[in-house]
Design a protein around this ligand. Structure first.
Ligand SMILES: Nc1ncnc2c1ncn2[C@@H]1O[C@H](COP(=O)(O)OP(=O)(O)OP(=O)(O)O)[C@@H](O)[C@H]1O
Length: 461
């Protein structure tokens, strides 16, 4: 995946050092209607203390914003409070927060975009009180077990208990001979946590439904000349996790307004998702978001990151050279229409990329109804024959939120590999080391999501 260094990239570097940031003119500030309250936030809301909202796998949290769950005292309604620092790196950034508020006001009519409830201000912070998306980030479904994986302390405690049991067997001259995660925990505790990844992965039907909703939100933004510029798994939330809810797009901190007759060039985004024109400091357009939609679709379908390299430099090279291999193993099980959808977005030339509206009409998303009918028919036939439905998507759909530990087949392989990764103690029972290393690589690849970068200096190679 490492292409040779290209002159295009060195051009980017030299051009990038000349700070030509016209972003300020693209901020939306004119018409903030929301009252900015100054009474103490805690008088009106109970902040739920403990872990802040957001994926524990992301390293980017806690810099300028913290998001916490809170409850409005008068109504008992839950909200997400985003606490944003006004001063960042010695600069007054209040205006950036006002921009975020203005965008949220503008997007209020779209039910695919998170709703702004109230705004508070203290001498140091601004607090955006947002509709609470209880299902968390779709990131969690795509990279999975972060939250659910054991801490080292938990591994030690559980391993101690396992050893107590095994020692008891051995004292009684019994060898188990088939110790694996499914056998270790009473009540399936270990099993459930280790396979969380498998169970929580989206089915293709779910990806299609959620992608349709993401596109509705993005189309709304684009119709209003707003580009999000940080579309990523962590910024697509779900109203509920089980049953799988609807999507809400969040985080308009990097969003910009596109002005007619004025070019917007900036170096912003999150490395794995940025479009080639960002790296080459060429004009930003709605097509810049569409590139990120292509990356999102790839990730949601395969749970791997298409351009991720060993470091940022390699990631940027992969992007600028569109270094993507459509013969990759993880793409082989996808329908041709899904690949076509991704291909219509991961195109270097922004003008050639499909728009949000075109994507909404793409045959991959349209197929849904027909496929669903076929699935229903299959399961009806299976039911009539008193057998388990054979359709892979219908069975995985069932497993997506409520599966038990009784499943068999390919899941076991996944389980063993995940266990080997998580616990570092288990040994896989299947003999093929080549398959194993491939899978482990795929999993570790999924963990490496990087922080956003907001200034030019950070991408200088
Ligand atoms: N309305 C919400 N409901 C539930 N969780 C939320 C909500 N808003 C934000 N979060 C959680 O907090 C995280 C951080 O929020 P947001 O992206 O708006 O802040 P940020 O500081 O700009 O983050 P980043 O630096 O990752 O871009 C989100 O990825 C999400 O997990």
């Amino acid at each position: 995946m490492i292409p040779p260094a290209s002159p295009r990239i060195s051009n980017t570097r030299s051009r990038g050092q000349v700070e030509t940031n016209r972003g300020a003119t693209a901020l939306l500030l004119d018409s903030i209607k929301t009252a900015i309250r100054t009474e103490p936030f805690q008088d009106v809301y109970n902040v739920i203390h403990g872990k802040e909202l957001g994926s524990p796998l992301s390293v980017s949290r806690g810099k300028f914003a913290i998001v916490k769950r809170c409850v409005e005292k008068s109504t008992g309604t839950e909200y997400a409070a985003k606490f944003l620092r006004k001063r960042r790196k010695g600069q007054d950034c209040r205006v950036k927060v006002l921009h975020e508020i203005a965008v949220l006001e503008l997007t209020n009519p779209s039910h695919r975009i998170i709703n702004l409830h109230q705004v508070y201000e203290t001498p140091t912070e601004m607090v955006l009180v947002l509709e609470y998306a209880a299902g968390g980030e779709i990131f969690n479904q795509c990279v999975a077990e972060g939250d659910e994986a054991f801490t080292q302390e938990e591994v030690k405690r559980l391993m101690g208990q396992i050893l107590e049991g095994v020692a008891f067997l051995h004292r009684n001259n019994i060898v188990h001979l088939d110790l694996k995660v499914t056998c270790c925990a009473a009540g399936g505790e270990i099993f459930n946590q280790c396979v969380a990844e498998g169970d929580e992965a989206f089915t293709q039907e779910e990806v299609k439904r959620l992608m349709g909703q993401i596109l509705e939100g993005v189309a709304f933004l684009h119709r209003n000349n707003i580009v999000h510029l940080d579309l990523k798994l962590q910024n697509i939330l779900l109203t509920s996790g089980c049953p799988l809810g609807d999507i809400k797009i969040v985080d308009f901190g990097l969003s910009r307004r596109l002005c007619q007759n004025q070019e917007l060039r900036e170096i912003i985004g999150t490395p794995e998702y940025v479009a080639p024109e960002i790296l080459s400091f060429e004009p930003i357009s709605t097509a810049t978001d569409m590139w990120s939609i292509g990356v999102l679709a790839y990730m949601m379908l395969t749970r791997t990151s298409p351009f991720l390299g060993e470091d940022k430099q390699e990631t940027f090279l992969n992007i600028s050279q569109i270094n993507i291999d459509y013969t990759e193993e993880e793409l082989q099980d996808l329908p041709a229409s899904a690949i076509h959808f991704i291909r219509s977005l991961l195109i270097k030339e922004p003008k050639s990329r499909a728009t949000a509206e075109e994507c909404l009409r793409h045959h991959w998303l349209q197929e849904q109804v027909q496929e669903k009918r076929e699935e229903d028919l299959t399961s009806e036939i299976c039911q009539r024959a008193h057998t388990k439905p054979a359709s892979p998507s219908s069975s995985s759909s069932l497993s997506s939120c409520c599966s038990s530990s009784s499943e068999e087949g390919p899941l076991v392989e996944e389980l063993i590999v995940v266990a080997a990764y998580t616990l570092g103690q288990c040994r896989p029972t299947m003999p093929d080391p080549e398959t194993l290393s491939l899978d482990v690589k795929a999993i570790s690849k999924r963990f490496r999501f990087e922080e956003p970068f907001s200034s030019l200096q950070k991408i200088i190679f």
